[in-house]
Design a protein around this ligand. Structure first.
Ligand SMILES: Cc1cc2nc3c(=O)[nH]c(=O)nc-3n(C[C@H](O)[C@H](O)[C@H](O)COP(=O)(O)OP(=O)(O)OC[C@H]3O[C@@H](n4cnc5c(N)ncnc54)[C@H](O)[C@@H]3O)c2cc1C
Length: 345
């Protein structure tokens, strides 16, 4: 493998029902940052059926080029044709870096594609940067420059590992939604468009979709909420979450929770924040009766303002909190709700 042949930072621009997923824009933001020290371009790979109309949005969020693979076989996500499309793009255009969202689709697609193009993939990265590998080379050891350094929690979140892929290309990573920042869209930006179709031959490996049943939810996605009122085991029961809901109602917030709450069956998994839940970045995050385990803080520490309420003044949540209230949540939360009612119109 001649590594010099591989150029450019590529992003799998996930779309569902011909609507781009937020992760596509987040990855473009990161790709732009990575492309600068490499002096290279950002390319979005847009795969679907009738998706050409989405090209301009990708340009506005940072794509210099968009490779469009448009085929009726790609209308709904199916592993085989999508893996064929993305691995064919990689074999044809030889990117140096490929970023994929760690969504349900990306988690299925990324590893399969990396195996097909015979390279490595680091899953669930929280930090991506360009640097030297190994960081501290011992005398006589070759240090490679301009490598993609991919950082992710390891061993159940108890340590942080930085992984590189120095001998193969492309360097592939999946990134969880909500971790990377989108750029402010540049209105009217245009990208070079390349249409590419590797050909699709439906065979008995293609899954036939008989029906799609959409789940309807009346709760706000916690990843979109500006204010989160998050409760932990300290809340004590499912019924006691009514107290957190009352607070959320007054300030226009959404209730979320720690994993202990989900494990106890008090709230559904879709409301869980953290390493095995969702990564959130609201303007205000209330952590009520949450100890602040690393697996929880990994999913919320980027919030603008963190307010912790805990009866234990040595709880680790206070290490990441901007404001802390030490005391019994059963007394503090109703008082806070009453006081806020007076000021919030
Ligand atoms: C691989 C792995 C992945 C994980 N992923 C996640 C994840 O995604 N999200 C997540 O949250 N966790 C995750 N965990 C679990 C995590 O390690 C913690 O066990 C969990 O976050 C603890 O939840 P908690 O803070 O609600 O409960 P606890 O740790 O039990 O803390 C309860 C807190 O409430 C306080 N408290 C109790 N009563 C009151 C009161 N009356 N007033 C005020 N404060 C009170 C206590 O002082 C305590 O600090 C994961 C663990 C592993 C191993």
């Amino acid at each position: 493998m001649n590594l010099e042949e591989y150029k450019g930072v590529y992003v799998f621009a996930q779309q569902v029902d011909n609507e781009l997923s937020s992760i596509a824009f987040e990855l473009l933001g990161k790709a732009k940052e990575l492309a600068a020290p490499l002096n290279t371009e950002v390319t979005a790979v847009l795969i679907g059926s009738g998706v050409k109309g989405l090209v301009d949005q990708l340009a506005e969020y940072g794509a210099d080029k968009v490779i469009v693979v448009d085929d009726p076989e790609l209308k709904e996500y199916r592993t085989e044709p999508y893996a064929h499309a993305l691995s064919s793009v990689i074999n044809e255009y030889k990117p140096e870096i490929v970023l994929v969202g760690a969504t349900a689709i990306g988690r299925d697609l990324g590893p399969r594609v990396s195996a097909r193009v015979a390279t490595g993939l680091t899953a669930d990265c929280t930090v991506l940067e360009i640097g030297d590998f190994p960081l501290n080379a011992i005398p006589g050891q070759e240090q490679k420059h301009n490598q993609l350094l991919m950082t992710r929690p390891a061993f159940g979140g108890n340590t942080i590992a930085t992984i590189a892929c120095p001998d193969n290309r492309p360097q592939m990573a999946t990134v969880r939604p909500g971790v990377m920042q989108k750029i402010d869209p540049i209105a009217g930006a245009k990208a070079e468009v390349i249409e590419y179709n590797p050909g699709f031959i439906p065979d008995n490996k293609y899954v036939e979709i008989l029906d799609i049943v959409k789940e309807l939810s009346d709760t706000v996605d916690i990843m979109d909420a500006k204010i989160l009122v998050s409760g932990g085991r300290g809340v004590g029961s499912a019924e006691n979450f009514k107290m957190l809901q009352d607070l959320a109602d007054v300030i226009g917030g959404t209730v979320s929770c720690s994993r202990a709450v989900v494990d106890n069956g008090w709230l559904p998994k879709e409301l869980q924040v953290g390493q095995t839940g969702k990564t959130v970045r609201p303007n205000v995050y209330f952590a009520i009766g949450i100890s602040g385990a690393i697996q929880h803080t990994a999913g919320m520490e980027e919030s603008d303002i963190i307010i912790a309420i805990n009866k234990d003044d040595s709880a680790p949540i206070f290490d990441v909190a901007d404001y802390g209230i030490v005391g019994d949540l059963n007394k503090i939360v109703p008082k806070l709700t009453e006081e806020l009612k007076k000021v919030v119109k």
